[in-house]
Design a protein around this ligand. Sequence first.
Ligand code: ADP
Ligand code: MN
Ligand code: MN
Ligand code: MN
Length: 332
Amino acid sequence: MITAEYIWLDGNSPAQLRSKTKVLTDDAPGDLMPIWGFDGSSTKQAEGGASDCVLKPVMVTPDPIRGGDNLLVFCEVLNVDMTPHASNTRRHCDEVEAAYYEQEPWFGIEQEYTLIQDGRPLGFPRNGFPAPQGQYYCSVGANNTFGREIAEMHLAVCVQIGLKISGINAEVMPGQWEFQVGPLAPVEVSDHLWVARYLLERIAENYGVSVSYEAKPIKGDWNGAGAHTNFSTKAMREEEGYIEKACEALGEEVEAHLAGYGDGIEDRLTGDHETCSYKDFRFGVSDRGASVRIPWQVAKEGKGYIEDRRPNANIDPYVVTRLITGTVCSRL
Ligand code: ADP
Ligand code: MN
Ligand code: MN
Ligand code: MN
């Protein structure tokens, strides 16, 4: 007997993760995991009178929480007629990826998050505030770094099951961390990011800690949480002259992108904490005050990737990677 933890995205905005367990009694599940279903009226995905929604497996990994031969089964949501459910943003991302397949778009997403206990971030005292920001980013020591055990455990299990995590670091606000996923193609980086988010919440649960992807968890002079999205195409990576062109392409679709860059973007992109106001669009070399940063090594070599600093921590990566792929690849 093994268990398969079926994971999917619900109908909230931003979408929340849901999961439930299927006990598999057959000897071996084989390559194809069975289709399953759930009550969409409990997840904002259906009305009570026609509540069934379908879970179609799209990525299977070992389950590092239960261990052994147990599995995680990440799913997309379909209607009972097997068409994509209205909440299924993965399909649209997949279509755009297919349209620009030859350009080989790659994404690396920097997922920032805040660990919360008793209604406040780890490292925040019961009353008042911790010392101002400055000492926490990439820090070490119990007076600077809060929640490392969770971040480390998360990194270890992600690597163990084959998710493409490229690093972690403590962030600017106490209790705030980041992990990076990629570089991978649009749908794949998004699948990996969603499963990595699931595992983070699952691990933090064991500590009585919750994970917030809120864009601005603490009002005032405290950093927000983003999901900087790094992007390249084969031409950008291998030939000179495409980096600026890609930045200019993003400048032509500012409104459409902001609409898909996460909940509460005006609260985070005030212009006061790195990254300029959402009302401005500019790109620049090494400029962390810009909307889009060209890393210095990339400027030097004339090729590589660009960093869109605008997306919020609470993005749907299927939406963000779809927007960037469509906007840039159609103009390069
Ligand atoms: P920062 O200096 O902004 O904190 P990080 O090291 O946190 O940068 O993140 C860099 C991100 O860039 C990683 O997610 C990595 O996967 C991604 N990346 C690296 N090379 C490429 C590339 N060619 N195309 C797209 N993304 C890339
Ligand atoms: Mn980073
Ligand atoms: Mn960061
Ligand atoms: Mn960054």
